[in-house]
Write a protein of this length. Structure first.
Length: 155
């Protein structure tokens, strides 16, 4: 189980924060484009999406935000039926919603960095979960998409 130690959310968020701080040092705060009247209508659904998936994940699986070592079963109920990584999905959508409201170079570079790190981290977690749960996790991968929920249910 020690090989799963690298998949720590604390380390991941430290990497995200370092990248965001660096982008605030490198890029100026100038606006890429003026947010229009549509911006509030984009951030509000992003906030609601974040609330639904983040809180839903916490209610269904309290061990989810911890390391792979603490996860003792594959949860397939609630938001985990919709996506395998609801917290990361929520964070990505929320970050892009913030960018739509505050479209600066800093925000864009921060959101791109966050998205890249989270996708990389999801891949690490997928590998660790496959090693830990084997065929059960591979079957779950076929049932639920990684990040983007399906509009229509699969037959």
């Amino acid at each position: 189980m020690n090989k799963h130690r690298l998949v720590s959310p604390i380390l991941m968020w430290a990497i995200v924060a370092a990248g965001i701080l660096l982008s605030f040092q490198i890029f100026q705060s100038e606006v890429l484009f003026m947010p229009n009247k549509l911006a509030p209508y984009l951030i509000i659904p992003a906030i609601l999406y974040w609330l639904y998936f983040f809180i839903g994940a916490m209610i269904v699986h309290r061990k989810a935000p911890r390391s792979i070592r603490s996860i003792d079963k594959i949860v397939k109920e609630g938001v985990y039926q919709r996506v395998r990584h609801p917290i990361y999905s929520a964070d990505i959508v929320f970050a892009w919603g913030i960018f739509s409201y505050w479209p600066s170079h800093r925000a864009l570079s921060s959101v791109i960095w966050l998205t890249i790190v989270l996708f990389f981290w999801m891949r690490l977690e997928e590998k660790a979960l496959t090693e830990k749960f084997g065929r059960d996790y591979l079957d779950y991968q076929k049932e639920a998409p990684m990040v983007v929920p399906r509009i229509k249910k699969r037959n």
